[in-house]
Design a binder for this molecule. Structure first.
Ligand code: FAD
Ligand code: DHB
Length: 390
């Protein structure tokens, strides 16, 4: 089997990269080790930045997003006694959209299987080879158990945090890894109940952070800060709703409850791996970096990476110029570190940790963002997403 770009992983990064390359006449094959059902059912991120929405529209993936996505013009920041709306268009002229990552992935898979490049599910033993030469390949076993080799010009490692690509880059380049684990986790639920709010609520509370998000006019997505050692079995639906109602309480406002359809506990970490390239192997998305979810940057960063990578690969493969692939890692990492800082800052400001001194610093910072236009604008610019400078 032969193609121009062998892509490992059918998450948002790999699928979108394949789509962006196809639009520009570059061939690819996507190899995914899970089943289609599994990949489509994974409940993850929910907020799309302006740049992500523009990118999806540009590659013909905007139809259902425009029909079903919910455009939001701000968020509420809350601390006891105050719920303050940050108006994004007023502050920075941009918006965000609520459209689940699972819906983005479903749209990309449907288009790929309809008339896009090959996408192979349930492959095993995926192994990039000879990535330090101009003719790398990917060895794998297909869903029927047959050993295969995909010959290509370039390998894209979009195989997430636990994939096979990053260790190869790190070992070959003596690469650097930076990591921060946080002393808390998020317990997230999906519930069949209309959202009790028009915009997302990020709430600081002495018991811990709480957040109200949504997926549609009839489905709510909510999160609470818990200890990372907590077991989901110890959190009955009633206990979760009670914690949410306490932490987001505001006179005159009531949290509506409904049947919980999914619940899980997510660990939180920051992680950056550098460089994002070795030879003809390029990393993008969670394969190279992880952010804690506060601020909703993970999926959007993956989209920004592949926007840069697609442009660089088109230039390499169609024009035989290496300038953009040579600049890829540094350019992508500059944006990664900015978003890593933002996610760390939002996480540090909103989650209870430390002592009463830390709590007073957090409240002081929240008050600053809610009263200073300059401070609010910085949050709005980062939340709605920096443009991707190609
Ligand atoms: P992934 O989505 O991880 O895709 C990688 C793909 O590669 C997967 O399909 C995987 O099965 C496949 N793969 C792995 N190894 C191999 C292999 N050896 N061979 C072939 N295929 C392989 N971000 C937010 O902004 N907000 C959120 O609320 C949020 N919630 C999250 C909740 C969870 C539980 C997790 C794990 C992440 C969450 N994120 C969130 C982060 C966001 O979902 C990710 O940043 C995003 O999925 C990154 O996309 P990706 O394509 O780089 O990686
Ligand atoms: C969602 C997740 C986030 O991490 C966030 O900051 C906002 C919303 C969500 O799942 O809807």
């Amino acid at each position: 089997m032969r193609t121009q770009v062998g892509i490992i992983g059918a998450g948002p990064a790999g699928l979108l990269l394949s789509r962006m390359l196809a639009v520009q006449g570059i061939e690819s094959v996507v190899l995914e080790n899970r089943s289609r059902d599994y990949v489509e059912a994974r409940i993850r991120a929910g907020i799309l930045e302006q740049h992500t929405v523009d990118t999806l529209r540009d590659v013909g993936m905007g139809a259902r997003l425009d029909r079903e996505g919910l455009e939001h013009d701000g968020i509420y920041l809350q601390y006891p006694g105050t719920r303050h709306k940050l108006d994004f268009p007023e502050l920075c002229g941009r918006n965000v959209w609520i459209y689940g990552q699972s819906e983005v992935v479903k749209d990309l898979i449907a288009a790929q299987l309809d008339d896009g490049p090959p996408l192979l599910f349930e492959v095993t033993d995926v192994q990039p080879r000879d990535v330090d030469t101009d003719s790398p390949s990917i060895a794998f076993t297909d869903a029927d158990g047959v050993a295969q080799v995909l010959e290509c010009d370039v390998v894209a490692g979009t195989d997430g945090f636990h994939g096979v690509s990053r260790p190869i880059v790190t070992a070959a380049t003596d690469g650097k890894l930076w990591e921060r684990t946080y002393p808390f986790a998020w317990l997230g639920i999906l519930a069949d109940v209309a959202p009790s709010t028009d915009d997302l609520i990020y709430a600081w509370h002495p018991d811990g952070f709480a957040m109200h998000s949504m997926r549609s006019p009839s489905v709510s997505r909510l999160y609470i800060q818990v200890d990372p050692t907590e077991k989901i079995e110890d959190w009955s639906d009633d206990r979760i709703w009670e914690a949410l109602a306490t932490r987001m309480a505001l006179p005159g406002w009531e949290l509506q409850t409904g049947p919980v359809t999914e619940k899980s506990i997510l660990p939180m970490r920051s992680f950056v791996s550098s460089p994002m390239r070795h030879g003809r192997l390029f990393l993008a998305g969670d394969a190279a970096h992880i952010v804690p979810p506060t601020g909703a940057k993970g999926l959007n960063l993956a989209v920004a990476d592949v926007t840069l990578l697609a442009a660089a690969l088109v230039r390499l493969l169609a024009e035989k110029e290496t300038d953009l692939v040579d600049a890829y890692s540094d350019k992508a990492l500059a944006r990664v570190w900015r978003c890593t800082h933002f996610s760390w800052w939002m996480t540090s400001m909103l989650h209870t940790h430390g002592d009463e001194f830390d709590a007073q610093l957090q409240l002081s910072q929240l008050q600053r963002v809610c009263t200073s236009e300059a401070a609010a604008r910085e949050l709005a610019e980062m939340y709605t997403g920096l443009p991707v400078a190609l």
